[in-house]
Design a protein around this ligand. Structure first.
Ligand code: ZN
Length: 343
């Protein structure tokens, strides 16, 4: 098949509804979850998982609460896990209609080191079943959120953050995948393939895997059907939403119009300062976001200083004093900004 024919088949093959969807995400952008005590969250993700805090800001919809962003050195799309830490929040329930696991990509052969590392900080972990060609270590963060580390036979070329607590040879390369648990997978798979331009790549261990682009780590969603399990309750230790990548706001607006035309209750474009976002709930119940790759996390502080001070969007700056008094004092480990320590 020549390239033109391959393109035509690819473009029309998914779309039995009769129109061409322009949306084709390149992969995962971020996952946002709910935590309790912010300092405990910071200590686990910086010192335990070896991620970098790339932004300390507040929940723009609830500015008395932090919004903490963790990722690689620059907070690149596909590396990001973010939290709303609400002190004293009750625990949620993992179940259908949720993303029930967030997986990070680590090098092959590193899981033994990780199991020892977590053991040393009092975190239990266990080898669990993944798809062929990958090893998986599963654990829970201090609020009960499930985190998996996946060592895949597909080489992950992304550079790790040079963390103070995790040697680079073992360190997290970025997101690997998100696991969605739904009562009926048909509508979820339809959204992922027909509306977001992903494709099914395999089925094993009770999961149907879909991928964007070349299916490299960071571009993967695993769907688990659980028709009889409990439905999820979004609160502490659960994922609030998962976000997929779109290059820019112009493309995002086209996708928004297409999703609306297909009957989804999709939001207006919202300014999240480091990207812009639209949200809609997929038929399985999981809240999806589509987020832009631009402008990125160095829009309001230099890369060396990411995460160092409380950053607010322009419309919240007039309330800075009240916000600073409302949020809990937190300490960021010095290794988060090593160049500043050496000064
Ligand atoms: Zn988000």
């Amino acid at each position: 098949m020549d390239n033109a024919a391959a393109t035509a088949t690819h473009t029309y093959g998914h779309h039995q509804k009769g129109h061409i969807m322009t949306a084709q995400t390149s992969g995962l952008h971020h996952v946002t979850a709910i935590a309790g005590e912010p300092q405990r969250n910071i200590d686990f993700y910086i010192t335990g998982l070896g991620l970098r805090l790339v932004k300390k800001t507040v929940n723009f919809d609830d500015p008395g609460t932090y919004h903490l962003y963790y990722g690689d050195d620059a907070g690149n799309p596909g590396s990001l896990l973010t939290f709303f830490p609400w002190r004293g929040i009750r625990s949620g329930r993992h179940g259908s209609g949720q993303s029930t696991a967030t997986a990070f990509s680590v090098p092959q052969g590193s899981l033994g080191w990780w199991a020892d590392h977590f053991g040393a900080i009092g975190v239990e972990s266990a080898i669990t079943t993944g798809l062929p060609g990958e090893e998986r270590l599963s654990l829970r963060d201090p609020d009960g959120l499930q985190i998996d580390l996946v060592a895949s036979s597909i080489t992950d070329p992304r550079n790790p953050w040079d963390s103070a607590s995790v040697p680079a040879e073992f360190a997290v390369r970025g997101q690997h995948s998100s696991v969605l648990t739904v009562a009926d997978p048909s509508g979820t798979l339809e959204v992922l393939t027909a509306d977001l331009g992903m494709h099914a790549v395999g089925e094993a261990a009770g999961r149907i895997r879909v991928a964007a682009g070349d299916g490299a780590p960071g571009n993967i969603v695993d769907v688990i059907a659980d028709p009889r399990g409990p439905s999820g309750l979004t609160a502490g230790g659960t994922v609030h939403h998962i976000a997929f990548r779109v290059p820019d706001i112009e493309t995002q607006e086209l996708w928004r119009q297409e999703l609306a035309a297909r009957g989804y209750a999709v939001t207006a474009i919202l300014d999240r300062q480091y990207f812009t976002s639209i949200y809609f709930r997929e038929p399985g119940g999981v809240l999806f976001e589509i987020a832009t790759d631009t402008p990125g996390f160095d829009i309001d502080e230099p890369l060396l200083e990411l995460g160092r001070s409380l950053k607010l969007p322009p419309w919240l700056e007039p309330s800075r004093e009240a916000i600073e008094n409302a949020v809990a004092p937190i300490t960021i480990p010095a290794g988060n900004n090593p160049a500043l320590v050496e000064e």
